[in-house]
Write a protein that binds this ligand. Structure first.
Ligand code: ZN
Ligand code: ZN
Length: 388
């Protein structure tokens, strides 16, 4: 450890000219890799396992730097192996220079088991929430003599962002907001939801998003009461809410933002519901700080909505972590007892959804600071009324 490579990349001779041509992420520094391995190894020690097999793409990327879609890592207290197939060997060698990169000629898990059989292991952890049962059984049969057990808390390693991660998230937020500003003039009565979504997805890509991380939500009129109403063929009418939920990816890191606008003529009820949601969000932004649990954070906004009599109309959590995955921990939810720490990047997205009439969600991205939070999103949050 201490910054030393954990083995030599294999097959590097023919790849030394490759300069991150594959994949969009630059390699992690040896210090970052060493720190992440140290924290993962502490988790292994706590859980009483000698090694872990990682298959979840976000965790592979976080620990090794490899950002390809298929790979397996085997991490013990003294070794760190990344196993990929023929398609990814060059990418793995360039993105994960501080771990031992090996090439599998057959199934990746069989290659992982072969590595484990060379180690003195009795208990091997896996990411129990994502490993399919068939893969679990295959690995258990192949490791011969060691127990394969679910290991919790690997995702938790990613909750606090370092400055480089935060810079990527800030950039993803800027890209998404620039794309939204591009399409805002298209949101008007007579426009079709799907046309706006297609244009926004196109603008996200043109503005620099590496891909479109999730289907853009454009939900108008009564459809705006669907929290996840993907764009339909509906034509936007006058006097309607239009909810748009969108994000970008930069350097593998996501952003997530929702704006709800109203087409003229807006009624008193539109303004009442919008300002209720905005007030709830502001209460959460004002009160959010490290040291509170996800449940306490959720309550900051939920109380405001409940006191106005709309508690049943806010049926989802206040927010979620954002990073290498667009939805990750920690969550701001009535069921989250985990304590929030500085560096956590989370959404704050209260909503009120009234079936058959419409709904409002306002979603901003924040990073927890030492004594509060900083809002990363810049798009105005005041009610935008679209002239007909
Ligand atoms: Zn969103
Ligand atoms: Zn979200």
């Amino acid at each position: 450890m201490k910054g030393r490579p954990h083995g030599r990349p294999l097959h590097v001779e023919s790849h030394h000219l490759l300069k991150y041509a594959t994949g969009c992420m630059s390699p992690l520094s040896s210090t970052i890799t060493a720190d992440r391995l140290t924290r993962l190894r502490a988790r292994l020690a706590d859980a009483g396992v000698e090694a872990v097999v990682l298959t979840k793409p976000e965790n592979l990327t976080y620990v090794t730097g490899f950002a390809g879609s298929a790979g397996v890592a085997v991490i013990s207290q003294t070794a760190a192996h990344l196993i990929v197939d023929f398609r990814y060997i060059e990418q793995a060698a360039s993105q994960a220079p501080h771990v031992a990169v090996g090439r599998a000629s057959g199934p990746l898990l069989d290659a992982a088991a072969a590595v484990l059989r060379q180690m003195p292991v009795h208990r091997v952890g896996v990411e129990g929430e994502v490993m399919p049962v068939a893969a679990f059984r295959r690995l258990q049969a192949a490791v011969e003599g060691a127990d394969v057990v679910p290991l919790d808390g690997v995702d938790h390693l990613r909750w606090q962002k370092d400055p480089e991660e935060l810079a990527a998230i800030r950039r993803a937020t800027e890209v998404a907001e620039a794309a939204f500003a591009d399409v805002l003039p298209l949101i008007r009565p007579g426009a079709v939801e799907r046309d706006i979504a297609v244009e926004l997805e196109c603008r996200l890509r043109r503005r620099g998003s590496e891909r479109v991380p999730f289907d853009v939500i454009v939900a108008s009129g009564p459809r705006s009461s669907l929290p996840h109403g993907v764009a339909s063929d509906r034509v936007i009418g006058a006097g309607e809410f239009v909810t748009v939920d969108f994000g970008a990816v930069v350097g593998g890191y996501h952003s997530d933002c929702t704006r709800t606008v109203v087409t003229e003529p807006a009624g008193d009820r539109h303004r009442e519901i919008y300002h209720l949601v905005l007030g709830a969000q502001q209460a959460a932004l004002d009160g959010l700080r490290p040291g509170m649990t996800g449940r306490e954070a959720d309550a900051l906004a939920r109380m405001v909505i409940a006191e106005a009599g709309y508690g049943d109309a806010f049926g989802h959590s206040l927010g979620h972590g954002v990073g290498l995955a667009v939805h990750e921990g920690p969550t701001l939810s009535p069921r989250e007892e985990a304590v929030l720490a500085p560096g956590a990047v989370v959404t704050v997205e209260p909503g009120v959804y009234l079936s058959g009439w419409g709904g409002v969600r306002i979603e901003d991205l924040v990073v927890l600071t030492e004594n509060g939070c900083e809002v990363l999103t810049r798009s105005p949050r005041s009610l935008h009324e679209v002239r007909a």
